[in-house]
Design a protein around this ligand. Structure first.
Ligand SMILES: O=C(O)C(=O)C[C@]1(C(=O)O)C=C[C@@H](O)C=C1
Length: 457
């Protein structure tokens, strides 16, 4: 892992040669150009365009729930997990280990065929040892039990030291974090079985929603299986020896820049702001390029990993700066009623006026279901509706997809009834997931969770 990298860096943070060699040990990010990402999977037709979709996913959920005794009244209901370990709330689906699809055997090639012929010609045709013929796939190959020592592979966007990596570690404490250079790649890594889960940010208490991930949730078919809320504590990082007065530029993820906007001004920095893919990536870039006029906004762990010094600590504009991440998997989890659950849905309507939105919200209000989030995004397939009025002209209304999170489990009758009602006046409805809420006690002084250990090579 980067344990070695961390050790090297922390003992001699200012030594550039060591830093460079240490950086090489960090896990490489998955990129779309990595060869294994199929574009076809990315181009995914608009999923869930049919109303039947949420019903289908719900019927799977409820049949699984009934089978596992998780629905209310079931005698075989499992006991509550009080450990506070969010990952423990996620039932095993048999996909938590590396998928051991057998290696393509050599004997399927001409070389294999030739060796078979020559051993037969040598006179032992009947008794010739059976070469390694391809083994048929078995059920075990498709959903293997976790192998000894194997760890859940969790895709995140960014490089080691990014907050998303810390969120992956909070969600799945012993996971193998897999850095990806884009959100899209993290989605595809799970879809293509390169990773078992993805942990992606969806909103921040200061910067607001991360719209890209709302759009990707809709375009891909992964399920939300959990959430984690991570206190985000930003530092101003620069090369050793650099002073604040030397700075002309600050680089970071746009969310991080937004979260520190006031403080940067308050520190009296006369700097341009420059966006970077992720906070730790900005720190790495400064280190790799020896930029002495540039600082990064990133975590203290990023400072340690990339050999930078902390010029200022806790520079977020609000001490209670929190980012909410969702955990994504190929399969939904079984909704339960023995602990607080949240459900995320997305819907669209094709009728005029605001009354549809009002009716949807009422369906929840009448059942005393609290909403925790509402977000609207452009309806990519039908962004504009034209309304012609011969006298006045043509009005162009924007069309939206509405994302709503509500505080109830899909195993609860009131949630099922609310969705049945909403279905009546929406043209599209999909359940993105029903999952345990992050109830971790939180205070502004809570230290960040320990980083996940890096993959064993
Ligand atoms: O750049 C990172 O370190 C990230 O993990 C991304 C991200 C985000 O997308 O919001 C995560 C948490 C912080 O809010 C800032 C940036």
């Amino acid at each position: 892992m980067s344990t070695m990298a961390v050790a090297l860096l922390s003992t001699n943070p200012s030594a550039t040669p060591n830093r460079r060699s240490a950086l090489l040990l960090l896990p490489r990010r998955l990129t779309p150009a990595a060869g294994f990402i199929h574009r076809a999977a990315a181009s995914a037709s608009f999923p869930g365009a049919r109303r039947a979709d949420w019903q289908a996913s719900f019927s799977i959920l409820s049949s699984q729930a009934a089978a596992a005794g998780a629905l209310p009244g079931s005698s075989s209901e499992k006991s509550t997990n009080d450990s506070g370990d969010l990952s423990a709330a996620e039932p095993e689906h048999g996909d938590s280990a590396k998928r051991s699809v057998p290696e393509p055997p050599v004997n399927g090639t001409m070389a294999g065929v030739k060796s078979l012929v020559s051993s037969a010609a040598a006179g032992g045709a009947d008794l010739a040892p059976i070469p390694n013929l391809p083994r048929p796939l078995s059920i075990g190959d498709l959903s293997p039990a976790p192998m000894h020592g194997s760890r859940l592979r969790v895709a995140y966007q960014g490089v080691p030291g990014a907050y998303s990596e810390a969120a992956a570690g909070k969600a799945y404490p012993n996971c193998e974090p897999i850095p990806c250079d884009q959100f899209e790649v993290a989605f595809q890594a799970v879809e293509l079985w390169i990773a078992d889960r993805a942990v992606l940010p969806v909103e921040n208490s200061l910067g607001g929603s991360i719209h890209r991930n709302y759009d990707l949730l809709l375009r891909h078919r992964l399920h939300i299986v959990g959430e984690v809320q991570l206190p985000v504590h930003h530092c101003l990082l620069a090369l050793p020896g650099v002073r604040k007065e030397y700075l002309t530029r600050v680089m970071s993820h746009p969310q991080a820049l937004a979260q520190c906007e006031l403080t940067l001004t308050r520190l009296g920095l006369n700097v341009t702001r420059e966006s970077f893919d992720d906070t730790a990536g900005a720190a790495e870039y400064i280190a790799n390029n020896g930029l002495r006029d540039t600082a990064a906004i990133a975590s203290a762990r990023a400072a340690e990993l990339y050999g930078l010094q902390v010029l200022a600590d806790g520079i977020q504009d609000d001490s209670g700066n929190v980012t909410r991440f969702v955990m994504l998997a190929r399969e939904p989890i079984i909704p339960r009623t023995d602990r607080p659950f949240k459900t995320s849905i997305v819907f669209a309507h094709d009728r005029e006026g605001t009354s549809v939105l009002f009716k949807v919200l009422s369906a929840f209000a009448f059942r005393d279901i609290s909403l925790t989030k509402i977000e609207s995004r452009p309806h990519r397939h039908r962004p504009i509706r034209l309304v012609d009025d011969a006298n006045v002209g043509t009005a162009k209304h924007f069309e939206y997809m509405f994302h709503v999170d509500f505080q109830a489990s899909m195993a609860e009758t009131r949630a099922q009834n609310a969705l049945a009602e909403i279905q009546e006046f929406t043209s599209f409805l999909r359940v993105l997931g029903s999952y345990p809420m992050d109830m971790t006690p939180w205070s502004t002084s809570t230290p960040p969770p320990p980083p996940p250990s890096a993959p064993s090579s």
